[in-house]
Design a binder for this molecule. Structure first.
Ligand code: ATP
Length: 352
């Protein structure tokens, strides 16, 4: 399967219907239905809070957990009864789970030896993959001497080696520090796209999901609540829980008339039908404009209660009609200033 196939395929690659998985009789996933890859996306993220069942879902797709109900299909084939190693899926876990005490080459070649590839062919594939993951020449190194980031690169190479039909990544960056996570998220995304392997990546970090994936499935309590592109998710979260999980800190009511939404924080142009809506605000959704004055029609007013000078510009906390909220400022303001505020249309989330 190549990226191009993914773009032209009309049916979903992975189809899950009414899936249920339980541990000791306690359901963790109950009635989950989800289709992956039908819209042409190659990398899909499953994003949800800790404990919502993301890893369990991935393990059920890999064949490592037995569903109590439901169907998992891959490319039209029902996977019930298909053993883990016959699914041809590559899996990478949070801590890589490399075989300790062995060399990098031995780890990457593992699945190829199982498939009875010749030594020469394995050696060629290992070298090729070490180039792909940025570790050329590492064949003989013991995996016990690798850094966390290097170990995850080797785990990725091992998963990609047998040309899997699907790659399943379970929080592959969770054990790494922030800077390395950001760097490796971009790298992994580039690597799987270049290889053209459809990928599902589980994460609880929405920046990571947006960096890596074309499509994000938001999961809550064992079910999918919304599946959309990252930009659609930020702008149109399906409900208040999803909006807040995605970084919305304040929700305000709006009355729309002729493309203008009226809120207690001022007016905003929104191309939506007349009626009542709820708007979700993140700090970047609210801009502090300058001193409040005689002509404040259409804008809200607020009082500055805290100022933090961040590299990207001042971040301020302001007292408004809906309580204290965080906002961004173009120019310097001081604690106690009475200021005008503006809602930024493209950075406001419309809920529902
Ligand atoms: N082997 C197991 N036996 C019993 N309960 C389990 C097992 N694995 C997971 N659970 C429970 O199932 C629920 C979902 O766990 P899961 O690991 O799938 O969630 P998650 O969304 O991946 O969480 P996290 O982001 O913290 O890894 C949790 O309440 C967890 O305690």
């Amino acid at each position: 399967m190549t990226g191009r196939d993914a773009a032209t395929r009309s049916h979903a690659l992975l189809e899950i219907s009414d899936l249920a998985v339980a541990y000791g009789g306690h359901p963790v996933i109950d009635g989950l239905s989800w289709q992956v890859g039908g819209s042409g996306s190659l990398v899909t993220a499953v994003l949800g809070p800790s404990g919502c069942g993301k890893s369990t879902l991935l393990r059920a797709v890999a064949g490592l957990e037995q569903p109590t109900r439901g169907v998992v299909r891959f490319d039209g084939q029902d996977l019930a009864g298909v053993e883990v190693h016959r699914r041809d899926f590559g899996v990478v876990f949070q801590d890589g789970q490399l075989f300790g005490g062995r060399s990098v080459a031995s780890n990457i070649g593992y699945g190829l030896r199982m498939r009875r590839w010749s030594r020469r062919r394995i050696a060629g594939r290992v070298t090729e993959l070490l180039d792909v993951v940025g570790l050329p020449g590492y064949e003989k190194r013991s995996v016990d001497t690798l850094s966390g980031g290097q170990a995850q690169r080797v785990a990725l190479a091992r998963a990609l080696a047998p040309h899997p039909r699907l790659l399943l990544l379970d929080e592959p960056l969770a054990a790494l520090d922030r800077r390395l996570r950001d760097e490796l998220a971009v790298e992994i995304s580039e690597i799987v796209r270049a290889a053209g392997v459809p990928t599902v990546v589980v994460t609880h970090d929405h920046a990571e999901a947006a960096t890596m994936a074309d499509e994000i499935a938001v999961m809550r309590d064992g079910a999918m609540v919304q599946v959309a592109t990252p930009s659609h998710l930020w702008r149109r979260p399906v409900d208040e829980w999803t909006a807040k999980f995605l970084g919305v800190t304040t929700v305000v009511d709006a009355q729309l008339r002729a493309g203008i939404a009226d809120t207690v924080l001022g007016e905003i142009v929104l191309d939506l039908p007349d009626g009542s809506r709820r708007l979700g605000l993140r700090p970047e959704s609210v801009e502090v404009m300058g001193p409040a004055g005689a002509d404040d029609s259409g804008t809200g007013t607020a009082t500055v209660v805290l100022v933090a000078e961040l590299p990207a510009g001042p971040r301020v906390r302001i007292e408004t009609a809906v309580g204290e909220i965080d906002a961004v400022a173009d120019e310097s303001v001081a604690i106690g200033d009475r200021v005008r505020i503006r809602l930024v249309p493209e950075r406001v989330a419309v809920i529902g």
